[in-house]
Design a protein around this ligand. Structure first.
Ligand code: IMP
Length: 497
């Protein structure tokens, strides 16, 4: 990708955020800009995120660290984040093996610490779909942010003062009576990984402003997506932080005004959502929501066996999952990926099925829309220009479209432009989850396309895809600057007009 046309000599801060429900492929776009940047900062969320990157044909999943770790640039974990020290230490070990110098890491002393009691509560709270559960990632994110707002959180800086940590944990535990926790044990457990990250802890807010003064190139990486924001998303079916453009800036101590080039990612012409909550364009509606809420039961292994007919011993897969036998699981996944590659025709048939639920399964398989770590199925549906218009209003970004190449072979695709409410009146995107469940999406249909992965010039894209993109730009009042057409960094086409 020719970055020069997007960056001017005055561009100092670039931000890449997600304008949907997460998992749009931000990681790749961040990767594209990392070569230019001196510092890559993240301002929200914790290890609920999973950034999948493909580097030298190897897939790498990061949860806390950002891609800077792989380029030996400054990797800054900002004040708005919540950090699980165990996960961070593990991830650090992994990237160290790949040559990352940990001295490039800066952890905000103001970030909050995810404690074991947060994780336990999050997993307990995670009720079923029928009970209106939001299907959190179970990593303790919500309870940790709840403690932050209730002013009983533990900050990274607290970990290094024994008196403070004892006092704070004692106080915090009063709010977790259901967990019969031993204070000394809880402290010991957190102190061990804390010591391992101690030397990287900084006043990152001051550091960030120093970088700005010194003219360093700064890249901000969003987490999750605008529609999952606690401020702007489909509350209460949201994450507990604000991954909007402004939330991302605040989370590293900057203001949205500091951002010279804001980029929003939109998966196109289909999109996904993980967890509960309204999703107007979902293929197969409630049937799909329920199917995906069953999580592991309907993971990639189940779907490949059930819908593509792979001869796979699910019993053996489940056993390795229960035993956390990662070596076996990696082997199973490699077999599944090979099977998917060699059965593309079957997938194309599913993608073109008249039953929307089955079509959704086909598109999920075609685009490999399964949790980066858990392999759970992601809910999917046609791209919703109405919610994208709303995201555009809040984030005001330039847009990069991702993953259209995955739908090669589709006969026809649709984009949602607006809704009708239950009284058949035109309706817009409504943050109220109940109203959003009641609306009916209005679609425009477009002719499908074949393989676009080898195209490197925007003009050579299929006419129907370009027409749809023009309609999308007009409707959302957003400007598409690039289309990503493959997982690798080079596979991205600039759109100049
Ligand atoms: P939490 O962030 O773990 O509290 O989960 C709250 C909601 O956000 C759930 O519906 C999750 O599935 C969703 N969520 C959290 N992180 C991600 C992400 O990185 N991608 C997609 N969905 C996410």
């Amino acid at each position: 990708m020719n970055l020069e046309s997007l960056l001017t000599k005055d561009t100092q801060v670039v931000a890449v955020v997600d304008n949907q429900f997460g998992d749009t492929g931000k990681g790749k776009v961040v990767d594209v800009f990392t070569e230019w940047a001196d510092v890559v900062g993240r301002g929200t969320g914790g290890n609920n995120a999973g950034h999948t990157l493909v580097i030298d044909d190897k897939e790498i999943v990061l949860h806390l660290l950002n891609v800077a770790a792989l380029y030996n640039k400054t990797c800054l974990l900002g004040n708005g984040m919540v950090i699980n020290p165990y996960s961070l230490v593990n991830e650090l070990e992994e990237v160290k093996k790949m040559g990352f110098d940990p001295n490039n890491l800066m952890i905000s002393e103001d970030a909050h610490v995810i404690m074991p009691y947060h994780i336990a509560r999050d997993q307990k709270n995670n009720q079923s779909l029928e009970n209106g559960g939001i299907g959190s990632t179970g990593r303790g994110i919500g309870p940790c942010y709840a403690d932050k707002i209730a002013r009983k959180g533990i900050m990274i800086r607290d970990l290094f003062d024994k008196d403070i940590i004892v006092k704070k944990i004692k106080k915090a535990l009063e709010h977790y009576p259901e967990q019969k926790l031993n204070i000394d044990e809880t402290i010991d457990k957190i102190i061990v990984p804390a010591e391992k990250i101690r030397s990287y802890v900084r006043d990152t807010i001051s550091e960030m402003h120093r970088f700005k003064r010194e003219g360093k190139k700064i890249l901000l990486e969003g987490a999750q997506g605008l529609l999952l924001s606690v401020e702007f998303g489909t509350y209460p079916y949201v994450t507990s932080s604000d991954p909007s453009l402004s939330g991302t800036a605040i989370g590293v101590g900057l203001s949205a005004r500091d951002i010279d080039l804001p980029i929003g990612i939109i998966k196109y012409p289909f999109m996904t959502r993980v967890g509960g909550g309204p999703f107007p364009t979902e293929f197969g509606g409630y049937e799909s929501e329920k199917h995906c809420a069953a999580g592991l039961e309907h993971d990639i292994f189940y779907e490949v066996k059930n819908y593509l007919g792979m001869d796979l011993d699910l019993g053996k897969v489940r056993k390795s999952q229960q035993e956390n036998d990662f070596r076996e699981l990696i082997k199973f996944e490699a077999e599944v990926r090979d099977y998917i590659k060699s059965h593309r025709n079957k997938i194309v048939n599913l993608m073109n099925d008249h039953n929307p639920f089955i079509q959704g399964v086909g598109i999920r398989l075609a685009a490999y829309e399964y949790g980066a770590t858990t392999k759970r199925p992601r809910r999917n549906g046609w791209t919703d220009a109405e919610s994208a218009r709303y995201a555009q209003m809040i984030n005001g970004t330039k847009i990069v479209l991702t993953k259209p190449d995955c739908l090669a072979g589709i006969d026809e695709f649709q984009i949602c432009f607006g809704y009708k409410d239950k009284n058949d009146q035109n309706a817009g995107f409504d943050r109220d989850s109940n109203s959003l469940r009641e609306i009916r999406p209005l679609y425009r249909r477009y002719k499908g396309y074949s393989d676009i992965s080898k195209i490197d010039n925007y003009n050579d894209l299929p006419v129907s895809l370009k027409e749809s993109i023009e309609d999308f730009e007009k409707y959302t009042d957003g400007k598409v600057i690039a289309v990503s057409n493959g997982p690798r960094k080079e596979e991205i086409i600039l759109k100049n007009s």
